[in-house]
Design a protein. Structure first.
Length: 272
């Protein structure tokens, strides 16, 4: 009997002890890695003169950052290009057209939400190399991804075409489908001259035309930079270029060909 009593006493003590459960090690303690959390706020309804409070699920900041990081990764924009912004684009002692170009880029970003669903929803910066066209269009891309969570795909014309041709065009359709469907497509250095000469293969024109025409018909924005003038581009393919111009007519800036505008050569002309 004594043994039975001792066992019951031991069981009673065991049950009375508080079990300590360790809190899981969450990456985000605020939402506990669920991506959202509850907040209580007033909902605009009143009962007997008192505004009712209600629980709402709110997207956590960690979820937003995850989406942004995923967008950046899929954009193919390099770490160095991710640093480009309007703030670190200097317009001190530059050609007036470069000042206009930055202003136009700012205007485009400000208007993006209002124009993105229409035909005239794109921007095209063309002309003199080294004047900051890529910087400004990359800045727009970065702002779209960070502030608006809009997917962007960066397609450097020369490297992109080499990539399509590298495997006997096996990934051509896959690459083109991404270019067609992404929310915003940034084609950098379109029809880039090689050694000062423009040498565009028929298949390259066909690829760009098919992508641009799809986006033209479906009102999907384009960001375009090119060293060529509008006349040069029209000579390569009038149907393609006319579509680009129609889409970007409100946000097209042509920088005149002048080596003094090339910031990479600024040291050359500093003391002249």
């Amino acid at each position: 009997m004594a043994a039975v009593m001792e066992e019951l006493k031991a069981r009673s003590q065991l049950c009375s002890e508080t079990t300590v459960v360790e809190e899981p090690n969450y990456n985000c303690p605020k939402c506990k890695d669920t991506g959202s959390y509850l907040v209580r706020k007033k909902n605009g309804y009143y009962i007997r003169g008192v505004e009712v409070e209600q629980d709402y699920y709110v997207e956590c900041e960690c979820s937003k950052m995850f989406k942004i990081n995923r967008l950046i990764k899929s954009s193919a924009i390099t770490e160095e290009f991710q640093k480009m912004s309007f703030k670190n684009f200097s317009t001190d002692d530059v050609h007036p057209k470069v000042v206009e170009m930055k202003s136009k880029a700012n205007q485009y970003y400000a208007a993006f939400d209002d124009i993105r669903g229409f035909r005239q929803n794109s921007i095209m910066l063309i002309g003199q190399p080294g004047c900051g066209k890529t910087h400004l269009l990359t800045a727009i891309s970065n702002y779209l991804m960070h502030a608006k969570q809009v997917p962007v795909l960066y397609f450097p014309y020369k490297d992109g075409m080499n990539n399509i041709a590298a495997n006997n065009f096996e990934r051509k359709n896959e690459i083109m489908d991404r270019m067609k469907e992404v929310d915003v497509l940034f084609i950098d250095d379109l029809f880039k001259p090689i050694g000062g000469k423009v040498d565009v293969k028929p298949w390259q024109t066909e690829v760009i035309f098919e992508v641009v025409n799809y986006r033209y018909l479906n009102n999907k924005p384009l960001l375009i930079s090119s060293e060529l003038s509008l006349d040069d581009m029209l000579y390569i393919d009038e149907a393609l270029t006319s579509r680009l111009f129609e889409m970007a007519q409100d946000f097209t800036v042509t920088i005149p060909k002048d080596m003094k505008v090339n910031y990479r050569l600024r040291k050359v002309f500093e003391h002249r």
